[in-house]
Write a protein that binds this ligand. Sequence first.
Ligand SMILES: [Zn+2]
Length: 186
Amino acid sequence: MKEKSIFILVIFVPVLEPFIYLWKLKVMHSTQLYAWRALWDKIATKQNLHKRGVVFRDTLCVLCGREEESTSHILITCNVSKAVWNMCDNWLRVNFMHHSVLTNHFEEFPCLFFNKEANSLWKRLWVLVLWFIWKHRNNVIFNQTKMDAKEILTMAQIQYWAWMKHKVRKVNFSFFWLDPISLYLH
Ligand SMILES: [Zn+2]
């Protein structure tokens, strides 16, 4: 019995790590809850709704129309979301390995060599980018409005800036936009 418990612990602790990490982040509760549900693959994508018996004409992604709308597709591997993450890389000036599994994507964003505080700050950015990609997807469906990748990222950046301005001391506006990583290198 004891051995079984240890086995279960060994199997599940590494898997639960990103969830625990996410829950410790101090971000707007609604975005955190959304990211939490996305990591558990519980958001209302066409694929997930279809599994629950909702009937659609097709389950294709509403952004590209080429692949099935799964959680990982709509948030990271779709051409639109991929373009947002690539622009985010350019902004941060990092070459981030984009995993196609959402939990891995979260864990490795953006770089592990930054200090703990910096990592924690950039994980908040990850949550916001994810949130705005999903908001964009919903706007396409329900409001027939479209934004490009740059506009989606800008929404996340503005929200992130507003959060940092209130929560983090001594954040220089120019550095934030032009060289955000430099804020955390010293
Ligand atoms: Zn797509």
